[in-house]
Design a binder for this molecule. Structure first.
Ligand code: FAD
Length: 523
């Protein structure tokens, strides 16, 4: 504690913690102060403590006895005009990695040229409607491709375990400066929500353009301008060659054509472990009651969970774990090409849908892939094969294969499915047939264990929907640990989730920033 600032931690009932005035009074009273006895109360951290009989909200706050410092409020970032900059960088992909790379490049005085195969956020929405309602998959505009990348129509969960790989607070402040709720600076598990993300993404793009950077939509990269071992630029689908001092390749985990292109052009890529499985859907109320032990969650946020179990099958141990849990959310069709079925999850900012969904996936290691036959693309081929089988078995539309969880555990096809948040619709199938016996058996072991941890979890009150296959990239594009440049191709900076260096919005954004810094150092 300093004379001007007093730090305090309190545990409050939700009805007090989520009411601005009651919270303010409770914090001051815990500090022995009366209302009006402080200049300002700044909330620093908020988390739920559900270990006791009643869930409580843990708050950490700073009480200021003088005016609070200006840096609490922003704006934190300013962008110089880079129209006349001597150096430029091509950034392929306008996902979190690409957008944050572009903004960091601008801060460092380098002009970014962002090329994105998909459409701007607003126009992209029409293709998502066609996907959900008419089962039409546009290979350049879908839940993975388009402005903001895979992160736009997502849950917008912003927590990451990769805290050592960059400054998480910086990424969150940058998002707040571009329209995200300041709550994300406070919550232990911050999220933005799919209804708010498009506005934030559009504001990021506006900042890039206002500073003199370029952002081009409907511009798919189809080839590289390679001068022996030096990458000079890229070629787009309409035949235009664009050159720059360096290329940051941030195309995400679903740009299969980019992996094929690199492979074809002799640019070293490697097969990488990833994870594959299903999405499980419950009533949110069941998860709330299990996690909070209350009949009704009241003001508390929709409850989430994180589960993991080690499974054993044919002498190989593999982890089965929950992935990208979306409380109060929806299951969405995340295919990027016709002829495949892929599911993922998203949620609105209020997380108020009746459903809770989560990926439940098993680790796929290199020894589970046919490396001899497919080389670096072995994981990708396995992923593709299961996604196409799911589509074929479910009738060659975006209808997804589904099975009630209790039936899956008994290896019985469901005679009737439950109501779902997955808009294109479901078909009752055996998930063993869709995934193959080994993968299905691992998931069964996982679900049985999870049923022991969360009452009511592994029953016919839930159903599983296939397939959750785009958890992370099945390919790594190697890069030097220090320079972040490809070991064999100068001027190429593999970046973000698609290159194997991030998993999620925040880690991809941090990797984008690191790549922009590495590009500057390379000049
Ligand atoms: P991407 O976001 O995949 O962006 C890559 C971009 O490159 C795309 O816009 C694509 O169109 C473009 N591109 C690809 N190929 C080309 C080409 N040839 N030419 C030009 N452009 C190209 N993460 C979280 O942290 N929290 C969540 O709540 C969350 N929810 C998710 C929900 C869904 C439905 C999905 C699909 C993903 C979710 N994720 C979530 C994962 C997160 O979105 C990704 O980890 C993150 O977006 C990766 O960022 P990136 O920039 O590396 O790649």
């Amino acid at each position: 504690m300093s004379d001007s600032k007093q730090e305090i931690e309190v545990l409050l009932p939700p009805a007090v913690a989520y009411d601005e005035f009651k919270r303010y009074s409770a914090i001051l009273s815990a500090a022995g102060l009366a209302p009006g006895e402080a200049d300002f109360v700044h909330l620093r951290k908020r988390s739920i403590d559900a270990r006791g009989r009643q869930p409580l909200v843990r708050l950490r706050a700073d009480i200021y006895h003088t005016s609070p410092p200006a840096e609490l409020f922003g704006p934190w970032f300013q962008y110089p005009d880079v129209r006349q900059a001597k150096r430029s960088v091509i950034i392929v992909g306008a996902g979190p990695a690409g957008l944050f790379a572009a903004l960091r490049a601008i801060e460092l005085g380098v002009r970014p040229i962002v090329v994105e195969r998909g459409k701007d956020v607003r126009t992209r929405r029409r293709d998502l409607a066609a996907l959900n309602k008419e089962h039409i998959v546009n290979p350049d505009s879908n839940y993975c491709f388009g402005e903001g990348g895979a992160g736009t129509y997502s849950d917008g969960k912003l927590y990451t375990r990769a805290t050592k790989r960059g400054d998480v607070g910086r990424i969150l402040r940058l998002l707040v400066q571009h329209g995200a709720t300041p709550d994300i600076l406070v919550d232990a598990h911050p999220h933005i929500g799919t209804n708010k993300l498009p506005l934030v993404v559009a504001a990021l793009r506006d900042s890039i353009r206002q500073a003199g950077g370029e952002v081009r939509f409907d511009t798919r990269v189809t080839d590289l301008v390679l001068d022996k071992d030096h990458l000079r630029g890229i070629v787009t689908a309409n035949g235009e060659a664009i050159e720059a001092n360096a290329v940051i390749l941030a195309t995400g985990h679903s740009a299969r054509d980019i992996y094929e292109l690199l492979d074809r052009r002799g640019v070293l890529i490697e097969a990488k472990p990833f994870a594959l499985g299903v999405r499980v859907e419950h009533q949110q109320q069941l998860i709330d009651q299990a996690q909070y032990r209350l009949p009704d969650r009241g003001q508390l946020p929709a409850a989430s969970y994180s589960l993991v179990h080690q499974t054993q099958w044919q002498g190989r141990q593999r982890g089965v774990f929950s992935f990208c849990m979306c409380p109060g959310g929806f299951i969405v069709p995340a295919a990027t090409a016709p002829g495949e079925v892929v599911v993922n999850g998203m949620s609105p900012s209020r997380r108020d849908s009746r459903f809770a969904n989560s990926g439940i996936v098993a680790a796929i290691e290199l020894e589970d892939m046919d490396l001899r036959r497919h080389g670096a693309l072995a994981g990708l081929r396995l992923q593709e094969q299961i996604e196409q089988r799911a589509c074929h078995l479910a009738g060659n539309t975006q209808l997804a294969p589904a099975q009630r969880l209790g039936d899956f555990l008994k290896k019985k096809t469901s005679s009737e499915l439950l109501e779902t948040s997955y808009q294109p619709g479901l078909v009752a199938l055996s998930m063993d047939e869709v995934l193959g016996a080994g993968l299905a058996e691992r998931l069964r072991q996982g679900f049985r264990n999870f049923g022991q941890k969360i009452p009511g979890y592994a029953t016919n009150a839930a159903q599983i929907v296939g397939v959750e296959s785009r958890t992370s990239s099945p390919v790594r594009i190697p890069r030097d640990r220090d320079t972040l440049e490809h070991p064999m191709v100068r001027g190429l900076f593999p970046c973000g989730e698609g290159a194997g260096y991030a998993g999620g919005i925040v880690s991809a954004a941090m990797d984008g920033e690191r790549c922009a810094e590495a590009v500057l150092k390379s000049f």
